[in-house]
Design a protein around this ligand. Structure first.
Ligand code: PMP
Length: 431
């Protein structure tokens, strides 16, 4: 496979754009470096690069593109918005239509607000929780990513009783000291943290099903206990469903898990491929937000007709019968095939999968927390990634990401992927 044009464009981009990319995860740093592929076009489940190579796409743009690229129903909605005004600066009926659709699917969203990214959505839930509780600290979970706002770019302290330290230059120690980080799926550590800090904690922020150190589900009863202890300390429970909302079912992970938070942050899929975020929850909590309440949050682009109409159209596709069963069936076929091949070539792997989303970890140990995901062999992942890319399968360039299936992946795509992975495993076994 030749990447000549991508190399040229990347060299030019490095002179113009910091690091050559507009989001660090797009660089190939996570797979030991190299030139990210510059795509010209996406169609259905496929990407086409500037050198005219074709890829089966499992990146899914890091999650939003669950209905494939250029879906006609969504394209029509966006075209209509382009013709009639993408941004009017006034309320429009589309905001009502979309809020109602979201609330029908996720009943805990008694009131919502649209913003423009997952980062904004999560950041604001924290502000609102602080306004509501009058407390300042937050407890979050090791390895979960919640966007790039200051408060959530905080690394774990050395134990549940210690405060965090900045995980990025520019985040002040004072801000980091407001954050406690505990391991996921470890209720004792959480209990210890809430015993020590509960009186000062405004919110507990968690991905109910983790998508940021691969895919990791909560152990049975874990979220129920988190909710109970959170409420006992008069703190609010926030679910970050930026990845999980409409991923596994027509609704959010909270519907499947039957645990309702006080507030939820969403993004990705609900924008139908356009920029979006949304947060919402209990009426009494949400009424803290301006203009009703003292917690300020605003946005020139928020609720714009283009994102609203794309999001509505995307949900219209997803609410059709059988969508999530199809994603599950394709995911199962891929999982089974990959596991068989790993065994054939004696490469230890673990796959965590739920419906059309899964992660392949290069370890034979069960992965249920961040430390487990860290054990996935980075070198093996990097080789596998590059072998797959060279055979026309585009994965996310990091061992901590997931594969995302779309409604447009066909049986043939899955079989072609397995043909490529057979060769990738064979190559791995000869290293
Ligand atoms: N929360 C989670 C769980 C995410 O995975 C992400 C992005 N990957 C965010 C928040 C931030 O969303 P955005 O990139 O749209 O700001």
């Amino acid at each position: 496979m030749s990447y000549e044009k991508s190399v040229e464009l990347y060299n030019e981009a490095c002179d113009l754009i910091v690091g050559g990319v507009n989001s660090p995860s797009r660089s190939f740093k996570g797979v030991g470096g190299g030139t990210p592929v510059f795509m010209k076009e996406g169609r259905g489940a496929h990407l086409f690069d500037e050198d005219n190579n074709r890829y089966i796409d499992y990146l899914g743009a890091y999650g939003p593109i669950i209905t494939g690229h250029g879906h006609p129903h969504i394209a029509e909605a966006i075209n209509e918005a382009a013709r009639t005004g993408t941004l009017l600066g006034t309320p429009t009926k589309w905001e009502n239509v979309f809020s109602k659709k979201l609330k029908d699917a996720v009943p805990s969203l008694e009131k919502v607000r649209f913003v423009n990214s997952g980062t904004e959505a999560v950041m604001t839930t924290i502000r609102v929780a602080r306004a509501y509780t009058g407390k300042h600290k937050i407890i979050k979970f090791e390895g979960c990513y919640h966007g790039h706002s200051d408060l959530v770019l905080v690394a774990a302290g050395s134990g549940p009783s210690t405060l965090g330290s900045p995980d990025s230059a520019g985040v002040t120690p004072n801000i980091a000291a407001e954050v406690i980080t505990v391991p996921f799926n470890d209720i004792d550590s959480f209990r210890e943290a809430i015993d020590r800090w509960g009186d000062e904690t405004a919110a507990v922020l968690i991905e109910p099903i983790v998508g940021n150190f691969g895919l990791v589900e909560p152990e049975p009863g874990y979220l129920e206990e988190i909710k109970k202890l959170t409420h006992e300390s008069d703190s609010l429970l926030i679910f970050d469903e930026v990845i999980t909302a409409f991923r596994f079912t027509y609704g959010a992970a909270q519907n499947m898990l039957q645990v309702e938070p006080d507030m939820t942050a969403m993004g990705k899929i609900i924008g139908g491929g356009l920029p979006i975020g949304a947060y919402g929850g209990r009426v009494d909590v949400m009424e803290q937000v301006a203009p009703l309440g003292p917690a300020y949050q605003a946005g020139t682009m928020s609720g714009n007709p283009a994102s609203m109409r794309a999001g509505i159209a995307c949900l219209e596709v997803l609410e059709k019968d059988g969508v999530y069963d199809t994603l599950d069936r394709l995911g199962e076929r891929l999982e089974t095939g990959l596991l068989e091949q790993a065994e054939k070539y004696s490469i230890p792997v673990t796959i965590n999968r739920l419906k059309g989303m899964f992660t392949i970890y290069f370890t034979d140990e069960t992965v249920k927390d961040y430390k487990g995901a860290e054990r996935s062999n980075s070198e093996r992942f990097s080789i596998f990634f590059k072998e797959m890319l060279d055979r026309g399968v585009h994965l996310a360039p990091s061992k901590y990401e997931a594969w995302f299936l779309t409604t447009e992946h066909s049986n043939e795509d899955i079989e072609d992927t397995l043909e490529a992975s057979d060769q990738a495993f064979a190559a791995l076994s000869s290293y």
